[in-house]
Write a protein that binds this ligand. Structure first.
Ligand SMILES: [Zn+2]
Length: 213
């Protein structure tokens, strides 16, 4: 599937991965990874962590081992749920359940085993990834992104949109970013407030009792 409408605005790969679902635990809940393992690969291409040839190779591997691909996809959604809960707790300045860290540590050890230092033409060093062998290896860059954010990021900048629940890293100078996107959630909230104001002005007694919007 395509990911039109799924803007990568989290500012960190791990947060963008969490944002493949929105409006969690509400009637408007949105899921962008519906198509199984192939969808996960397409998202990785979309997010820039996987090349087309590598994705094609992994898709072939998944077709040869469908049960394994299904399990990997379920594990990916579970990993996403853990990362979401972790950063949601941080954004709300709440305590982190220790099992989240245990799970992340185990995943992080695997991710590190696939990282390699290389020297670039300008003489500087950088990390690169060994080619994926297991289907689940595509999750490694996401895990690495989460570890880097936890260790090197300013955690007070991890925020959550009060509209759709998307997570983002607020890199604005005055830490003033509230919404995932002002054009989207910000304006919708503004419109709701405006509508509520009109309603209270025109029907002064209608805003009490059950059923109010
Ligand atoms: Zn939002």
């Amino acid at each position: 599937m395509g990911f039109e409408g799924l803007t990568l605005l989290g500012g960190r790969l791990c947060l963008d991965f969490c944002n493949t679902a929105a409006y969690r635990a509400t009637a408007q809940e949105q899921e962008f990874l519906k198509g199984g393992y192939a969808d996960l690969l397409d998202w990785c291409i979309y997010a820039g962590t996987l090349s087309e040839p590598e994705s094609t190779r992994l898709k072939g591997q998944a077709q040869d081992h469908p049960a394994q691909a299904q399990q990997t996809f379920r594990d990916a959604l579970k990993r996403r749920a853990t990362l979401y809960s972790l950063f949601h707790h941080l954004a709300q300045a709440e305590a982190i359940p220790p099992e989240f860290l245990q799970e992340l540590n185990a995943a992080q050890q695997h991710a590190m085993s696939r990282r390699q230092l290389i020297r670039q033409p300008d003489g500087t060093f950088t990390w690169t990834w060994l080619p994926c062998t297991a289907l689940s290896d595509v999750l490694d860059p996401i895990v690495a992104s989460a570890s880097e954010l936890l260790v090197e990021g300013d955690l007070s900048r991890v925020r959550q949109c009060p509209g759709c629940g998307w997570l983002f890293y607020d890199s604005s100078r005055n830490r003033s970013r509230t919404w995932c996107d002002m054009q989207f959630c910000g304006n919708r909230a503004k419109a709701r407030r405006h509508l509520a104001k009109i309603r209270t002005q025109t029907t002064p007694s209608a805003n009490t009792g059950p059923g109010k919007a």
